[in-house]
Design a protein around this ligand. Structure first.
Ligand code: NAD
Length: 490
């Protein structure tokens, strides 16, 4: 039976007054798995007012860090107990494989665990100044946090925001992507069972242009934390100028994966495959531009293509599937269009290039792992974020040229270097203008490490202590330890 989703406002599950519903599809077969509400501007504004009222009441914003830690752990425990349900929902709604979804759920739980632990650490500093002045530097929550997330990691991107924003003591409004609300709804059902005070956490489903835009524009929202495309991120920043709210942006990428001729080829091929085809290439940090040193180009391409052709594409809930579906028909068509553009630009397809419509996959949105060779830096397939299982392979002569090509992009999210010469690898990686980088590996990271981009890949950082800072204000309190007149004026 199709599930009818509701909005979660002020601790209650409520229907939207808008009769329109968004059909939520399983991208592996186009089955309708749920119908989601589309909150109106009025409902969004009302929710923001409620969140603000709760913030001002102090029930959460002034609670002890230990209490916030306890409740974050409750959420982590409940997610752990519902791990399989969350995996199933993520697979059904997003199209990713079970293995990928399981890793996302574990990482989401770890995020709550990490921030719960962090709350038990000292927070703040004191300085002894001249004239008996003691200065304390303390952290406080910002206020109402609008959290807007994309569809590629519906659970993980949401929880990367929800956990630190709650840890800091903010009131939060989460807006998942219109097509992938399922795991967010489940987590809010779990949050509802915890001791989190009513009115602190709200979940609004609906369109970006109504719910997202209203959050970004609202004078009563104090921070908007957005993960999504650079184009929408730019609009969010403009919308946020009204009350000069804090803006945190995790945006797109076109990340270089630089492979030197002294790299262990088997390792480099293996990690490069993982770098681009994990999540069907719908990953912001994907290594979508492979740069290979001239001497090993042909051998690298032969080995890479041979492995890419063997990737088993199929429904995410099939245990043999190694790469799942594309999230939606719209996204699939966008990828197919980029493949057409690549061919028109004169690039050569070394493998893939087509939608897969066989073996029961006719109704799903599946695309072959696609490799473009004979590409040049001015081609659109090299410059623009495709966000699908499509990779371009270019060559470079030496270190200087590798860096030049790697940084020849408006993005600066991620990058990797493969070489057996550690000194060289470090020299190169330091020159890559990106916030998330790897040496002889790809994609692996830790919740302790700040996640975010340079240039048009964003502003601010998620995760680690930096991720908590994003949701906090910093205050100095100067205390006169020996009050007496200073007689500045005669
Ligand atoms: P998107 O920008 O289209 O949408 C993201 C979110 O913004 C959705 O919830 C959407 O409803 C909302 N939105 C749309 N228009 C809006 C508006 N005018 N005002 C406010 N909100 C609005 O992105 P997407 O297609 O869902 O996701 C793919 C993009 O996300 C890619 O560019 C990818 O690189 C990026 N991404 C970045 C990171 C990162 O950490 N840097 C992580 C994941 C995804």
């Amino acid at each position: 039976m199709t599930q009818h989703l509701k909005l979660y406002i002020n601790g209650e599950w409520v229907d939207s007054i808008n009769p329109q519903r968004q059909e939520i599809l399983n991208p592996a077969n186009q089955e309708v798995i749920a119908k989601a509400p589309k909150a109106t501007k009025d409902e969004t504004e009302k929710t923001i007012r409620t969140a603000k009222k709760t913030f001002e009441s102090g029930v959460w914003s002034e609670s002890d860090p230990q209490e916030r830690s306890r409740i974050l752990l409750q959420i982590a425990d409940k997610m752990r107990a519902n791990q399989e349900v969350l995996v199933t929902l993520e697979v059904e709604n997003n199209g990713k494989t079970k293995r990928e979804a399981a890793s996302d759920v574990t990482d989401a739980i770890n995020t709550f665990q990490y921030y719960a632990d962090l709350l038990n650490n000292p927070n703040g500093q004191t300085y002894e100044g001249d004239d008996d002045l003691q200065t304390m530097i303390i952290k406080e929550p910002i206020g109402v946090a609008g959290l807007i997330v994309p569809w590629n990691f519906p659970l993980l991107m949401s929880m990367w925001k929800v956990a630190p924003a709650l840890a800091a003591g903010n009131s939060i409004i989460l807006k998942p992507a219109g097509i992938t609300p399922m795991t967010a709804v489940k987590v809010f059902e779990l949050i509802d069972e915890t001791d989190l005070p009513k009115g602190v956490a709200h979940l609004l489903m609906g369109s970006g242009s109504v719910v997202g835009q209203t959050i970004a524009e609202s004078d009563d929202v104090d921070i908007v934390s957005f993960t999504g495309s650079t184009e929408v991120g730019r609009g969010i920043m403009q919308a946020a100028t009204g009350n000069l709210k804090k803006v945190s942006l995790e945006l797109g990428g076109k990340s270089p994966n630089i492979i030197f001729d002294d790299a262990d080829l088997r390792t480099a091929v293996d990690h490069a495959l993982f770098g681009i085809f994990m999540g069907s290439g719908q990953v912001c940090s994907s290594g979508s531009r492979i740069l290979v040193q001239e001497g090993i180009h042909d051998e690298f391409v032969a080995k890479f293509v041979e492995r890419a052709k063997r990737i088993k594409v199929g429904p995410g809930n099939n245990k043999d599937s190694e790469m799942g579906a594309i999230v939606s028909e719209k996204q699939m068509e966008r990828i197919v269009e980029y493949i057409r553009i690549g061919k028109e630009e004169g690039a050569r397809i070394a493998c893939g290039g087509k939608r897969i419509e066989r073996d029961g996959m006719e109704k799903g949105f599946f695309i072959e792992p696609t490799v473009f060779v004979d590409v040049t830096s001015d081609m659109r397939i090299v410059k623009e974020e495709i966000f699908g299982p499509v990779v371009t392979i270019q060559t470079f002569k030496d270190e200087t040229e590798a860096i030049k090509i790697a940084n020849d992009t408006v993005y600066g999210l991620a990058g990797a270097v493969f070489s057996s010469d550690q000194d060289k690898a470090m020299r190169i990686i330091k020159k890559v203008r990106a916030g998330i980088t790897w040496v002889n590996t790809y994609h692996l990271t830790n919740v302790q490490a700040p996640w975010g981009g340079y240039k048009q890949s964003g502003i601010g950082r998620s995760l680690g202590t930096y991720g908590l800072d994003e949701y906090q204000e910093t205050k100095q309190i100067n205390v006169n330890m020996d009050p007496k007149p200073i007689q500045w004026f005669g």
